[in-house]
Design a binder for this molecule. Structure first.
Ligand code: 2DE
Ligand code: MG
Ligand code: MG
Ligand code: MG
Ligand code: MG
Length: 322
């Protein structure tokens, strides 16, 4: 069973999630539903809703609330992408012009604010303090991770631990929260709630690592984003951390990282080195370690079909190409 099969199995429920997501964009300010429709129809893997729904199945929670919470998580994710594309000055998202490219930074930032507030408001109507706590924590950690990342931009002395701290905040927070919310809904005891959270956290770390690897080696059309953006912005991510650790040509590599007038030529030089030193392979090996760590956290749950499916979704992280 691959990702497409899992997606198919949850297709009907994901459609409900999409409907709830479109509801969140309902507003008298016409630009909000307009941009909302543009974003929702541009696809996206819906990986965070899937982790929530599969986690809910793992713990036997079937109520409609899981659809609402999956939509809330996807709305927060969407808000973060709107802001992310402004911060990163990205022009492409999911193979289409980014919202900031079409509607400009002002509207895009404000729409992100709107979505973020709306998502938290819906979580208030669910009358669960633990859910509100998890969501608001995840959101502040996302912004914190982004700021840490800015502080470390262009700094080749960044350590693996600092990198993990950044991606734990900016990406793992929301995935961890998606899994945790399933546990909160099911009223799990603390140890099991912690296990699901730990699972989601390691999945989230692995997920961002793959995003950072794909930024160097993906098929650009499939990825729907421009390659090499991290290097261009001076963001030192896992493949480069591996390269700085392994390469003999450290000085040259660091000067490429630090140069302000960035060129395609320099990107291909880095790509050459990444290949020469096997940095994509060693980065993928690290990804697999985090996926294994994630799975181990779920050994506290019985070995059911539901757990097997969640493991399959975890394995998909290592094979995804977009
Ligand atoms: C993805 O990193 C990072 C996502 C987190 C962004 C969070 C922000 C704070 P990438 P890609 C901006 C949001 C705060 C709110 C909503 C209050 O590598 O490659 O830039 O997909 O992702 O551009
Ligand atoms: Mg970005
Ligand atoms: Mg970014
Ligand atoms: Mg990226
Ligand atoms: Mg991404």
């Amino acid at each position: 069973m691959n990702f497409q099969d899992i997606f198919k199995q949850y297709e009907d429920e994901l459609k409900q999630v999409e409907r709830e997501l479109l509801n969140i964009f309902k507003s008298e300010a016409a630009l909000i539903p307009t941009i909302g429709a543009y974003i929702v129809n541009s696809g996206g893997k819906r990986i965070r809703p899937l982790f929530l729904l599969l986690s809910a199945d793992l713990v036997g929670y079937k109520e409609y609330k899981r659809v609402i919470m999956a939509a809330v998580i996807e709305a927060l994710h969407t808000a973060s992408l709107l802001h992310d594309d402004v911060v990163d000055e990205a022009e492409l998202r999911r193979g289409k012009a980014s919202a900031n490219k079409i509607w400009g930074n002002q509207v895009t930032v404000l729409l992100g604010d709107y979505l973020y507030a709306k998502a938290l408001h819906i979580s208030v109507t669910q009358e669960s303090f633990p859910i509100m706590e998890a969501l608001s924590m995840a959101t502040s950690q996302m912004a914190e991770g982004e700021i840490l990342q800015l502080m470390k931009a262009g700094d080749p002395t960044i350590t693996f631990e600092e990198y993990i701290k950044i991606i734990t905040g900016k990406t793992a927070g929301l995935i961890r929260t998606a899994c945790r919310i399933a546990g909160i809904l099911a009223e799990l005891p603390d140890d099991k709630l912690q296990a699901l959270t730990e699972f989601g956290n390691n999945i989230g770390i692995a997920f961002q690592m793959v995003d950072d690897i794909l930024d160097y080696v993906a098929d650009e059309t499939k990825l729907g984003k421009k390659l090499g953006t991290d290097l261009r912005e001076g963001k030192i991510t896992l493949p480069l951390i591996e390269l700085i650790r392994k390469a003999h040509e450290k000085e040259e590599i660091i000067s490429i990282i630090k140069s302000d007038n960035f060129s395609e030529e320099r990107l291909s030089k880095i790509l050459e080195y990444l290949k020469q030193y096997g940095c994509i392979e060693s980065s993928m090996e690290i990804v697999r370690q985090f996926i294994e760590k994630a799975k181990k956290a779920l050994y506290i749950f019985p070995d059911t079909d539901e757990r097997k499916l969640l493991f399959k979704l975890a394995d998909y992280i290592t094979s995804r190409n977009k």
